[in-house]
Ligand binder design. Structure first.
Ligand code: 16G
Length: 241
């Protein structure tokens, strides 16, 4: 509730109140918020104050606005641990979500110099370049571009990439995936990617690069992905050394 005698600003109190309603699930993801006018009247505060609280929650992605429709409670983000080398399919299944793929591109060509370097390839060696939209329950989460040495996975094809690459490597080829290095950077979505991820132009995204290795130390993939920042949050546990 909002208490006018409290030293806390009124917009902040309303923010906290709305956060509480969301956490206790009185307001659920996708629910519409009452209008600014209704909130102002029921809390006896100005519409400006209501607007400030709502804007702050929109900026924190707790709420989202839809033009002409109103303000709604956001869907929770997928929390992804940065420990453990898992595949997208495994991650989605472990959350009870159905993984899906839309293969946009599949090509075999000589690797460019930067890719050769990252995958420890010689000149003229071939790589698969694949682009997949990764879906969870049919909704786009990420756009993934992978570079994979052809000599390591000569039988890779589009059908396999419609399912799980890691499953194919481990279960069909009996190779052992061992470790990876991964970086995560903030970025703004580029125009070409907006339609694939169903986000608006200029929205924040997470740019992730992963370089993964087999047990014998051979790099088997270089993956550059654009993840929806409104859907994903990465988590890491820290131990004080
Ligand atoms: C994840 C990995 C990606 C890997 C893919 C395999 C990140 C940033 N990327 O998306 O490197 O190729 O899983 O998924 O986590 P799959 O086995 O479902 O095809």
């Amino acid at each position: 509730m909002v208490n006018k005698n409290s030293p806390l600003p009124l917009y902040y109190q309303l923010e906290e109140h709305l956060n509480h309603l969301i956490q206790s699930e009185e307001l659920k993801p996708g629910d519409a918020l009452p209008s600014e006018r209704e909130l102002a009247e029921s809390f006896k505060i100005s519409r400006m104050t209501v607007r400030q609280a709502i804007t702050n929650l929109v900026n924190k992605n707790v709420l989202y606005r839809e033009k002409g429709r109103g303000t709604f409670v956001s869907h929770r983000k997928i929390e992804q641990s940065l420990q453990g080398l898992t595949s997208f399919s495994e991650d989605m299944k472990s959350r009870g979500l159905e993984p899906g793929n839309k293969l946009l591109h599949f090509e075999i060509s000589p690797a460019t110099e930067d890719i050769r370097e990252l995958l420890s390839l010689e000149e003229e060696e071939l790589v698969y370049t694949t682009k997949r939209i990764r879906l969870a329950n049919g909704e786009p989460m990420a756009l993934e571009t992978s570079y994979i040495p052809v000599k390591l996975l000569p039988g890779l094809n589009q059908e396999i990439l419609e399912k799980s690459l890691y499953h194919y490597i481990e279960r069909e080829l009996n190779l052992r995936i061992s470790h990876a290095t991964q970086s995560v950077e903030a970025a703004l979505v580029t125009e070409a990617v907006t339609k694939h991820l169903k986000v608006k132009s200029g929205e924040p995204v997470l740019f992730i690069q992963r370089d993964s290795f087999l047990e014998d130390g051979t790099p088997f993939e270089l993956v550059r992905s654009v993840y929806r920042a409104d859907k994903y949050k990465f988590k890491i546990n820290l131990d004080r050394m």
